[in-house]
Design a protein around this ligand. Structure first.
Ligand code: NAD
Length: 295
């Protein structure tokens, strides 16, 4: 039976781990926040007291951490998890991190006879809860085939993006588009409402017209337009603005390396940095709406 160590039980990791449990996988879980570990322990997971404890006896490790530095600290170095895994184990790294950081962990894993995939996700907290995430995977196709049943328990679309790091490249490209769409939608919502339109009416017209996009379909930033969107819950839950700023920074780094021209991504990053300066970094990224309305 596959024994999975799951590390990082935040907005995304917790519902992903829950879906693995529900699919019948044996799970040992760890997070720095004990409450998250306790919650899953009540549902049948084994609680670990540390990341090293979580990987004891595991043949698969899944990590879902905030950023590159957390992932590198978890896996690399003398105390890192890679040194604690049996050869042949699988490392499925699902956080959104720098492609170069992912490649660093890939190289260290290969040196120890471990197989690794970078496997960032899209679909938000709702997709994580529903088990309908999209996985964008970098690494060897043969490793992906071994891991496919695990991904299938958490997601619907499983893409092989290319070699080591390619999943992360696909992810930052996707999130750059998402950030730009969110800002454009928020700005148009504010413009329409300021000129007398009902927010829900405007949202529906644009959704069904050529301005339609994912944020209008699933995640409208105007409070009250979509009952279950973070905007209707005080911009809580969802995808934190500080994580979006991180992803936009990663896109700019990738653009720098290849001298790619990404003016929309650059502007989106500046706008999200403004939000962070306003102390809104922990709120959902649709809180960008508030930049366009007078308080
Ligand atoms: P989060 O901050 O809610 O969760 C991260 C968790 O990792 C926290 O619970 C934290 O305590 C834990 N953690 C940090 N360092 C740890 C360590 N050393 N050991 C154990 N646990 C540790 O973030 P999230 O929203 O779940 O996002 C996780 C990743 O997924 C990020 O890279 C993010 O960019 C990406 N992502 C998020 C969303 C979303 O909608 N929230 C969507 C797609 C991708």
């Amino acid at each position: 039976m596959t024994q999975i160590a799951f590390i990082g039980l935040g907005h995304m990791g917790l519902p992903m781990a829950r879906n693995l449990l529900n699919a019948g996988f044996a799970l040992k879980v760890f997070d720095l926040v004990p409450a998250a570990v306790e919650e899953l322990a009540k549902e049948g997971a084994q609680a670990a007291s540390s990341a090293a404890d979580a990987v004891q006896g595991a043949d698969v490790v899944i990590s879902m951490l905030p950023a590159s530095r957390h992932v590198e600290a978890l896996y690399l170095g003398d105390a890192g998890l890679l040194g604690k895994l049996a050869p042949g184990s699988l490392v499925l790294e699902c956080s959104t991190i720098a492609p170069e950081s992912a490649r660093k962990v890939h190289r260290a894993a290969a040196e120890r006879g471990l197989e690794m995939l970078d496997a960032p996700v899209s679909g938000g907290t709702a997709g994580a809860a529903a088990g309908t995430l999209t996985f964008m995977i970098g690494g060897q196709a043969s490793t992906l085939e071994k891991a496919r049943p695990i991904f299938a328990a958490m997601g619907k679309n499983i893409f092989h993006a290319g070699p080591d790091g390619a999943g992360q490249v696909a992810k930052v490209c996707n999130n750059q588009v998402l950030a730009v769409q969110m800002i454009a939608t928020a700005e148009a919502m504010a413009l329409g409402v300021a000129n007398g339109l009902e927010p829900a009416v405007l949202a529906e017209i644009m959704r069904q017209s050529s301005g339609g996009n994912w944020t209008l379909e699933k995640y409208n930033p105007w409070p009250g337009v979509m009952e279950n969107a973070p905007a209707s819950k005080g911009y809580s839950g969802g995808f934190m603005a500080e994580l979006m700023a991180k992803d936009l920074g990663l896109a700019q780094e990738a653009a720098q390396v290849t001298a790619s021209s990404t003016p929309m991504g650059a502007l989106a990053l500046q706008i999200y940095r403004l939000l962070l300066k306003q102390g809104k970094g922990k709120q959902d990224f649709s809180v960008v709406q508030q930049l366009f309305v007078s308080e």
